[in-house]
Design a protein. Structure first.
Length: 248
C-alpha cells in the first residue's frame, strides 16, 4: 500500500510536537527543583552581606572609641548614663536602656557627615554639623548610599538599612559598666535561657529583671529576612529566629 507524503509529514510533525512537550515538561520539572535552591542562595548572600555590614559598623565604633579616648558615637547620650539602642524602640521602656528610633545619628558621626541628602544645605544639618561629634573628621565607616528608604545602604535620611530594607540596630555600652544592654535582647522574655544564663552568650549576673547583656562595648543586629523582631518571643524562636547578631 502506498503511503501518502502528506501522511508522512503529519506523522513527523506529530512526533516533533510530542518531543517539544516532553522537553517543556522536563524544563518545568528542573525549574521547580532549581527555584528553591536559587531562593536559598539569594538568602544566604543577603545574610553574608548583612554580616559584613554589621562587622564594619562594629569596627567603626571601636575605632571611634579609640580615636576619642573611650567616647562612643552616640549623639544625645552622655557617658555614665543609660546604655543606648539606636534603630529599635518596640516593646516599651527597659530600665537602663534609652531607645532611639533611628540609627542616622550614629551613621552621621561614623561617616563624618554634616548633612543628609534630603534637602539643600543648610536645611539638612546632621547632629554632626561642623564636625562637632567628630572633630578629627575621620570617616571610620565606608558604606554605600541608597536612593530610597527601602533599599540596602545609607538612605537619604542617613538611616543605614540591611539587605531587606530595615534599619540596623546598634546598641552601645554608654553606662560604662562593661555590660552592653539592648532594647530587645535585655528582656527576660527574649534572652533568658535559665536563671542568669541567656541565649547566644548573654547573661544577667545582677539578677534584676530585663537586664540581660553582653560583656562588651556594643551589640549590633539585623531583623533578618522576615523584617521582624518580637519582644515576647525567645531569641531562638519565631520572629527572632532569623535575626543576625554581632555576638552570635
Amino acid at each position: 500500500m502506498k503511503i501518502s507524503p502528506v501522511a508522512v509529514r503529519r506523522s513527523g510533525l506529530a512526533f516533533t510536537l510530542i518531543e517539544l512537550l516532553v522537553v517543556i515538561a522536563i524544563i518545568a520539572i528542573l525549574a521547580a527543583m532549581l527555584f528553591p535552591a536559587i531562593g536559598v542562595a539569594k538568602r544566604k548572600a543577603a545574610e553574608a552581606s548583612a554580616r559584613t555590614d554589621i562587622a564594619a559598623i562594629g569596627l567603626a565604633i571601636a575605632r571611634y572609641e579609640a580615636d576619642y579616648n573611650g567616647r562612643f558615637p552616640s549623639p544625645g547620650i552622655g557617658a555614665g548614663t543609660n546604655d543606648v539602642t539606636f534603630g529599635y524602640t518596640a516593646g516599651g521602656p527597659i530600665n537602663g536602656v534609652t531607645a532611639i528610633s533611628t540609627n542616622s545619628g550614629v551613621i552621621a558621626v561614623l561617616m563624618d557627615l554634616e548633612y543628609d541628602r534630603t534637602n539643600s544645605p543648610p536645611n539638612n544639618k546632621t547632629l554632626n554639623f561642623n564636625h562637632v561629634l567628630n572633630p578629627r573628621r575621620i570617616a571610620n565607616l565606608n558604606a554605600k548610599f541608597s536612593s530610597d528608604a527601602s533599599s540596602a545602604g545609607v538612605d537619604p535620611w542617613l538611616e543605614y538599612r540591611d539587605p531587606w530594607g530595615t534599619p540596623y540596630v546598634i546598641s552601645m555600652e554608654t553606662s560604662l559598666d562593661e555590660m552592653c544592654h539592648d532594647q530587645l535582647y535585655s528582656r527576660n522574655a527574649v534572652s533568658q535561657e535559665g536563671g542568669a544564663r541567656g541565649y547566644y552568650g548573654l547573661s544577667n549576673p545582677s539578677g534584676v529583671a530585663n537586664q540581660f547583656g553582653h560583656n562588651g562595648k556594643f551589640l549590633i543586629w539585623s531583623l533578618g529576612a522576615d523584617r521582624k523582631a518580637n519582644p515576647a518571643q525567645k531569641a531562638k524562636d519565631g520572629d527572632n529566629r532569623d535575626n543576625l547578631l554581632s555576638w552570635q
